[in-house]
Ligand binder design. Structure first.
Ligand SMILES: [Zn+2]
Length: 225
């Protein structure tokens, strides 16, 4: 099934589950935030169980009780902000292992799911084994397109096959412990599942830990280099 982009050009993405918008650098990733998707007012209050919204509704938390930042959902309106991910779309793609560009299924084989990562091999020996990753995986077609067109990846990237599991969330932390006062300004943190501070986190991204990593070539993604 083909998709029509706003300028009328047809994007042939056979497994795409959502409309794909085309920008100056090619398809705009499904997870990218658009300029019309403003952060919505969300008055934070404290309860004995952690932070909450004063006017909280059931859609503000996920199945694990994590409080999520409120951002309007208007994909395709305004300009794409490539460096930011929309919290709900990032969360959906990470939870279901959807391609971050077309929202179809990411590419999987016996060696795991396909990921494109900014090359940070200097971080630790054996990187990216154990990396806490917030960027959803890709299908093979979108990975090949992104490798050529994504400005972020042009700074150096690697294609990796890896298994993964949901390992935590990142966002703004409002309090470090029961014994410390609430922070005047939330601090950016990535917390693991089980961390007692999650009760004070306003989440905006899910995190997956990558395990069993092997580098692959995009033209032969089933083969280790
Ligand atoms: Zn894709």
């Amino acid at each position: 099934m083909a998709h029509l982009s706003p300028d009328g050009s047809v994007l042939d993405l056979p497994h795409a589950a959502k409309p794909v918008f085309r920008g100056p650098h090619g398809p705009v990733p499904y997870v990218a935030r658009w300029s019309a998707e403003e952060v919505l007012a969300a008055p934070i209050v404290e309860t004995p169980r952690g932070i909450a919204y004063a006017d909280e509704s059931s859609v503000d938390r996920d199945r694990n009780g994590l409080l999520w930042s409120r951002v309007a959902s208007r994909p395709g309106v305004g300009e794409p902000i490539y460096r930011q991910m929309h919290p709900l779309r990032q969360r959906r793609a990470m939870r279901r292992l959807l391609c971050q560009v077309c929202a179809g299924p990411a590419d999987h084989n016996d060696h795991g799911t396909l990921w494109l990562l900014q090359d940070q091999h200097e971080l630790w020996p054996g990187w990216p084994e154990g990396a806490q990753n917030t960027h959803p995986p890709l299908c093979l077609r979108c990975a090949r397109i992104s490798a050529k067109s994504c400005p972020w990846l042009k700074q150096g990237f690697v294609a990796v096959r890896a298994q993964s599991f949901l390992s935590g969330a990142s966002g703004g932390l409002y309090r470090e412990s029961w014994f410390r006062p609430r922070l005047s300004k939330p601090q950016a943190r990535t917390l693991h599942i089980g961390d007692p501070r999650l009760r004070w986190l306003q989440a905006d991204q899910l995190v997956r830990e990558l395990v069993g990593c092997r580098f692959v070539e995009l033209e032969r993604p089933g083969h280790a280099t």
